[in-house]
Design a protein around this ligand. Structure first.
Ligand SMILES: Nc1nc2c(ncn2[C@@H]2O[C@H](COP(=O)(O)OP(=O)(O)O)[C@@H](O)[C@H]2O)c(=O)[nH]1
Ligand SMILES: [Mg+2]
Length: 376
C-alpha cells in the first residue's frame, strides 16, 4: 500500500520545507520542525524577515516635505495619539523631524479606556513613551472629543503655549485630529475676516485644513499618516466596525496554558507554547468574542474560522494560511501587554513564557510594558 504524506510548505513564501541544507530554499531548523510537527511553519528566511518587519510607518515624500517645512517655522505641534491604538501613533521618522519643536501630546479617545483606569498612571505611561521617542514634550493631556473631556483644558493649554505662533495638529489617521479641532473651535468667534479652508500644503498634493485664529496665525490640520499594519486597514468593512470599541473596554479574564488556547473572535489566536499557565486580561471591543478551549489548538482555531459569524470573522481571512504567526518569548518580568494593532491588548505577568500569536497577514503585534498597571 502506498503511504501518502503531506509535504510541508512555508506558510509565508510557499517553498517546500527542508531541514538538510541551509543554503537552499525552504530551509528550516530541524529543532523547530521537531518541536512543532503539526504547526504552521515558516522557513528560516521568512521567519527572520517577518520578525524584522517593523511597526514603522513609511512616510511619503510629500508628508516629509510638509514636516520639514513645519520644522523651519518654530510652530507649536499638537501630537494626537489614539490611546486605544497607541502603538500606531509612532513613527521614528516623524518624531525625528519634530525633535526641535515644542510639542503638546494629546492622548485622545480616553473614553475607551476601562472605567477604573488610573489616569495619573496612564499619563505617566504616555509621557514615558514620548520621552523614549525623544520628543520635546511640553505637556501631556488625556482627552476625549466624544465626551468633551479635557477639551477646555486643551484649548487653554494651546492658548498659553502658542505665543501667537501657528499650531499644527499632527498624528496618524483616525487619531481624532478633526474631531478635536472642531470641539476646540466650537465657540470660537472668527473675527479675522478669513475663512476656514481646505488647504493644500505648498509644493505637495497633501490637503488638510487651515483655520484662522488671529491676525497672523492659524491652526492647521495635517493629513494623518497611514497605519497600514493596523487591523482597521487590513480587515474588510463589516468586521472592522465591530473591532472599534464604542464604549470603555472591559477586562475579560482568561487563563491559557500549554493545553488551553485562546481565540479573539476569528481574527487573533493565541497559544502558550512554553511556560506556566498564564492569566490574560483581555481588552477588546465587547462585540468580539473571547473564547478559550482545551485540546488541540489548530483544530479549535480552524473550527472558529469555518463557523465564524460576520461579527467575528473577516471574509478575507478564513484560512490560517493567510495569517502571520509570531512566537513571543517574554524575557521581562512584571506586568506586560501583548497587543494587536487596531484590535486591543492582553495584559499578563511576564514569566519566561512563549506565546504563539496568529494574526491576519501584515498585522502588527507587539509587547510593551503594561499600559494599565492598576486596573482591577
Ligand atoms: N471613542 C472615541 N472616538 C473618537 C474620538 N475622537 C475621534 N473619534 C472617532 O475616531 C474616528 C476618526 O476621527 P477623526 O477626527 O476623523 O480623526 P483624524 O483622522 O485624526 O482627523 C471617527 O470615527 C471619530 O468618531 C474620541 O475621543 N473617542
Ligand atoms: Mg481628519
Amino acid at each position: 500500500m502506498s503511504i501518502l504524506k503531506k509535504v510541508k510548505r512555508c506558510s509565508h513564501c510557499g517553498s517546500i520545507l527542508q531541514a538538510e541544507d541551509p543554503t537552499k530554499s525552504g530551509y528550516i531548523s530541524p529543532l523547530i520542525l521537531k518541536k512543532y510537527p503539526d504547526g504552521i511553519l515558516l522557513c528560516d528566511s521568512c521567519f527572520n524577515e517577518v520578525k524584522q518587519e517593523k511597526s514603522e510607518v513609511i512616510l511619503n515624500k510629500d508628508f516629509i516635505k510638509v514636516l520639514e517645512a513645519i520644522k523651519k517655522t518654530n510652530s507649536l505641534i499638537i501630537y494626537v495619539l489614539d490611546i486605544f491604538s497607541f502603538e500606531g501613533g509612532f513613527s521614528s521618522e516623524v518624531t525625528e523631524l519634530l525633535s526641535d519643536l515644542d510639542v503638546i501630546a494629546v492622548a485622545n479617545k480616553v473614553d475607551l479606556m476601562p472605567l477604573k483606569s488610573d489616569e495619573r498612571q496612564l499619563k505617566e505611561y504616555v509621557s514615558h513613551r514620548l520621552r523614549v521617542a525623544k520628543l520635546n514634550v511640553k505637556d501631556v493631556i488625556l482627552t476625549s472629543s466624544n465626551t468633551g473631556y479635557n477639551i477646555d483644558k486643551l484649548r487653554e493649554l494651546i492658548a498659553e503655549t502658542r505665543n501667537h505662533r501657528d499650531v499644527y495638529f499632527l498624528g496618524s489617521q483616525n487619531s481624532g485630529k478633526s474631531s478635536l479641532i472642531s470641539e476646540i473651535i466650537k465657540n470660537f468667534n472668527n473675527t479675522t475676516g478669513r475663512m476656514i479652508v481646505t488647504y493644500t500644503f505648498p509644493e505637495t498634493s497633501l490637503r488638510g485644513f487651515r483655520i484662522p485664529t488671529g491676525t497672523k496665525n492659524y491652526i492647521y490640520e495635517v493629513p494623518g499618516f497611514p497605519i497600514n499594519n493596523s487591523l482597521i486597514n487590513i480587515l474588510d468593512k463589516p468586521i472592522s466596525t465591530y473591532i472599534i470599541p464604542k464604549k470603555p473596554v472591559e477586562n475579560r479574564k482568561v487563563t491559557i496554558s500549554e493545553k488551553v488556547s485562546l481565540a479573539i473572535g476569528g481574527i487573533c489566536f493565541v497559544e502558550l507554547t512554553d511556560g506556566e499557565k498564564t492569566v490574560l486580561n483581555c481588552y477588546f471591543s465587547s462585540k468580539i468574542d473571547v473564547k478559550t478551549k482545551r485540546g488541540e489548538a489548530l483544530k479549535f482555531f480552524n473550527s472558529i474560522l469555518k463557523n465564524g459569524d460576520q461579527k467575528n470573522t473577516s471574509f478575507k481571512f478564513r484560512d490560517l494560511s493567510n495569517f502571520d504567526v509570531y512566537d513571543f518569548f517574554v524575557e521581562e518580568k512584571g506586568e506586560r501587554d501583548l497587543g494587536i494593532l487596531g484590535l486591543g491588548w492582553m495584559q499578563f505577568k511576564g514569566n519566561s513564557q512563549t506565546f504563539r500569536v496568529y494574526v491576519p497577514r501584515g498585522t502588527y503585534v507587539f509587547t510593551t510594558r503594561a499600559k494599565l498597571n492598576n486596573v482591577k
